[in-house]
Design a protein around this ligand. Structure first.
Ligand code: NAD
Ligand code: 6OD
Length: 500
């Protein structure tokens, strides 16, 4: 097969750059315009991306409809599961290509992408291949008024054409988290990855092609949000459902776009997550766990902790230890094994995070460490780096405590009682995740059950079992995905009632 990653000369850069194409109806196609794919570590252009126009998005949706009505829609569960496993094998075979592409697009440390992002790409396909094979049907035997019986059973059918819109922070992980269950259920998909991170989605299209996925079952359109592929896809009348991961305000715009068609939506949105550390916790484990929750992926994970509440008895000691963890981060080149902290995704996002650093000072924060740009004295100074930052001393009403920053930064505040810790953690419009650090079993259960979140970790963070429900409350999202919860979104149930 001809490779879709072509090397071409670009006017945007003296060096030659790759060209990334759309994948529609089983073919790689260019678009009317191109945009730059930038490496956030040094600001260099690493690829030129073909932007899908409205006609190409329409062609993708029509191809998807034909696939739903054609061989893919008619494929049985065993065939679909086998295809998903084949795709997992395809990702595994090209593991190093996926790794290099993800690291170049995001700037994340190669060690992180190697242990998290790329393995989750394969795990998502394998998990939903297994789940679809074992999914049962709901059935009831019902007594009727005339003394006879009725048998009720619900059959699962695909929703149809599913539009998938994803963000830049965990590009392959989050795209496959939605594409895998959608395909497992027999839907055809049109995927719109983030304009910031188009590379692994394009590699995935190559893997689909090589695996022999029927034309139209998996389509990829590149572009932006408003007045681009994101808008054309989410407003398309022939798309049956939209699943989206990204910012809460983008979710609101997409919900509006879906309203006229009364289309089902599944949203994984932003967070302003709390970590609660009790004095009875294993101190070293809590420090290491909270540091990971604050700094992983440079704080660009929706589950990251940006609010840390620490019991007063250990507050000073904990802040000092967290400061040490922040200062021990290694902001090296992303492909270096020793690197633990990468850049932010873009200059716009760097400016946003730097704006919050400035605001924090204006709001009266004490900057324990960080609070500025990170300079290395080499080509990285053209990239989008900021210092790992710990703040204290803000009021709970401060914007830096209430708004999602999405950077390597947390505010640490003391608490005096379990009740106060619960109240502080829950005092947010978001409600995605919380982590609780304690050695007391009764307290762990009590506090966890009080959290107004979709996910609560105890003595751990971002520990995932893909069969469990995943999602948020409030501004953090609508619905749950994971395991059979994903099947419930990506299929519709037709209840058959037979009088017997
Ligand atoms: P974003 O909302 O800016 O963009 C996400 C995607 O939506 C991109 O593909 C973008 O092109 C597209 N988009 C933007 N506007 C659109 C519109 N009007 N119509 C259709 N598509 C549109 O988010 P981001 O900056 O890429 O990602 C960061 C955000 O995502 C953070 O808020 C983070 O918390 C959130 N996030 C949440 C989860 C979760 O599981 N809850 C996971 C990852 C990221
Ligand atoms: O682990 C997952 O399945 C998941 N959806 C993670 C989301 C992370 C947000 O940035």
């Amino acid at each position: 097969m001809e490779s879709r990653v072509q090397t071409v000369s670009s006017s945007a850069s003296k060096a030659s750059v790759r060209r990334l194409q759309n994948y529609v109806d089983g073919r790689f196609v260019g678009g009317a315009r191109e945009f730059d794919d930038v490496n956030p570590a040094d600001g260099s252009v690493i690829a030129r991306v073909s932007e899908a126009d409205r006609e190409l998005v329409d062609a993708a949706v029509r191809a998807a409809r034909r696939a739903v009505n054609g061989p893919w829609g008619k494929a049985g569960v065993r065939e679909r599961a086998a295809m998903l496993n084949k795709i997992a094998e395809g990702i595994e075979r090209r593991f190093e290509d996926f790794l290099a592409a993800e690291v170049a697009d995001t700037g994340k440390p190669v060690s992180l992408a190697r242990r998290l992002d790329i393995p989750r790409g394969t795990a998502n396909f394998r998990t939903f291949a297994d789940i679809i094979k074992t999914a049962g049907v709901e059935a009831y035997q019902t007594e009727t008024a005339d003394g006879r019986q009725a048998l009720n059973y619900a059959v699962r059918k695909p929703v149809g054409v599913v539009g998938i819109v994803t963000p830049w922070n965990l590009p392959l992980l989050l795209l496959t988290w939605k594409a895998a269950p959608a395909l497992a259920c027999g839907n055809a998909v049109v995927v719109k990855p983030s304009e910031e991170t188009p590379a692994t989605a394009t590699l995935l299209a190559e893997v689909m092609h090589e695996a022999g996925m029927p034309a139209g079952a998996f389509n990829l359109v590149h572009g932006f949000g408003p007045e681009s592929a994101g808008e054309w896809l989410t407003t398309h009348p022939e798309v049956d459902a939209i699943t989206f991961t990204g910012e809460s305000k983008t979710g609101a715009a997409i919900m509006k776009a879906c309203a006229p068609g009364v289309k089902p939506v599944s949203f994984e949105l932003g967070g302003k997550n709390a970590a609660i550390v009790f004095a009875d916790a294993d101190f070293d484990a809590a420090v290491a766990g909270v540091a990971e929750a604050v700094f992983m992926n440079t704080g660009q994970v929706c589950l990251c902790a940006e609010r840390v509440y620490v019991e007063r008895a250990i507050f000073d000691k904990f802040v000092a230890a967290l400061k040490q963890q922040a200062e021990a981060q290694v902001a090296g080149w992303p492909m270096e094994a020793r690197t633990t902290l990468g850049p932010l995704i873009s200059s716009a996002h760097r400016d946003k995070v730097m704006g919050y650093f400035k605001l924090a000072k204006e709001e009266g924060a004490k900057v324990v460490t960080g609070g500025g740009a990170l300079k290395s004295g080499d080509a990285r100074d053209q990239g989008f780096w900021v210092q790992p930052t710990i703040l204290t001393g803000l009021e709970e009403c401060a914007r830096c405590v209430r708004e999602e920053i999405f950077g390597p930064v947390a505010h640490v505040a003391p608490f005096d009682s379990e009740e106060q810790a619960i109240a502080l953690a829950n005092d947010t419009q978001y409600g995605l995740a919380a982590s609780i650090w304690t050695s007391r079993l009764d307290r762990a259960h009590r506090v966890a059950q009080e959290m107004r979140t979709g996910i609560t970790w105890v003595n751990s963070w971002f520990l995932r079992d893909l069969r469990t429900p995943f999602g948020g409350v409030g501004l953090s999202g609508i619905g749950r995905e994971g395991g059979t919860h994903s099947l419930d979104f990506y299929s519709q149930l037709n209840n058959v009632c037979i009088k017997i």
